[in-house]
Design a protein around this ligand. Structure first.
Ligand code: G3P
Ligand code: MG
Length: 262
């Protein structure tokens, strides 16, 4: 039987099979509007990105808790407000042509999704210790910012963040993120009233995908960069494939996912 916070969503699934990881995969600096440009350029119609909350409560995109991998800053970003974060260069690390690229706000990305007709998987990626407030603020922000658009699919590795998102905006669809799918996955996704389960493709199998879908849930696999692997996962019934290689994976190479059991 289908479960989830919106049973109609499972029957009329609004999301495409391919999802651009961290906005533009490896074709642009991750979690930036330059990545979003790559997503659109390659004809992708859904984007995944990592959402954080600054110390002064601005919602913005970044993956790590620390700044040095993807910006010209140093140390933890947890104590920084938006005036400091918004000055960082989030593009030069990826190549001189991206120098001057800024960290985008969630509002900027919502505007691009509306303009370009791109659906969103917002991964709630809290600074450590900020799980509940970030889950709540992302869900509230997403509900406001995506009004009139396809509802963004909220996901997180953090149970507490996703529970806070559920309480703040129960109508937004949720997907629980795992690297390895734990033995008690069904209890967790039911408690969070999820519509989907997201997992590393390295730890998925055909029987596990079938079991998850038999419970009425959709499956997202990350991060799949090999076309043959993407085709196999789609044959198993994986509904969404999150990839860094927008240049290699195309919608026409994938078999349609089997119907979700009703
Ligand atoms: O949401 C799928 C994927 O983005 C999870 O891993 O570390 O790239 O955020 P990560
Ligand atoms: Mg992510």
């Amino acid at each position: 039987m289908a479960h989830g916070n919106d049973r109609g969503l499972s029957a009329q699934w609004p999301y495409p099979q391919l999802v651009a990881h961290r906005c533009g995969g490896t074709l642009a600096p991750e979690n930036t509007l330059a990545g979003f440009d790559a997503c659109v350029r390659y004809g992708y119609r859904m984007v995944e990105f990592d959402a954080k909350l600054s110390a002064d409560n601005e919602l913005f995109l970044m993956h790590d808790d620390t700044l040095e991998r993807t910006t010209n800053g140093h140390g933890s970003g947890v104590a920084l407000g938006w005036p400091a974060l918004s000055q960082l260069d989030a593009g030069a690390w990826r190549g001189a042509q991206f120098a001057g690229t800024r960290l985008p706000t969630l509002a900027e990305v919502a505007g691009r999704c509306a303009r370009d007709g791109v659906a969103a998987n917002i991964e709630i990626k809290p600074f450590t210790g900020r799980e509940v407030i970030t889950g709540m603020m992302v869900a509230n922000g997403a509900r406001e910012l995506w009004q009139g658009q396809t509802p963004p699919l909220l996901s997180s590795f953090s149970f507490d963040a996703l529970a806070a998102a559920r309480d703040a905006a129960p109508s937004l669809p949720r997907g629980m993120l795992f690297e390895h799918v734990p033995a008690d996955w069904l209890r967790i996704v039911r408690e969070l009233d999820c519509v989907s389960l997201h997992a590393s493709h390295l730890h998925l199998s055909e029987p596990l995908v079938a079991h998850i879908r038999a419970e009425g849930l959709r499956v997202l696999a990350y991060t799949v960069n090999d076309p043959a692997r993407a085709q196999l996962l789609a044959q198993w019934g994986v509904d969404m494939i999150c990839t860094d290689r927008l240049d290699l994976l195309t919608h026409d190479m994938l078999p349609a996912a089997p119907a979700i059991p009703s």
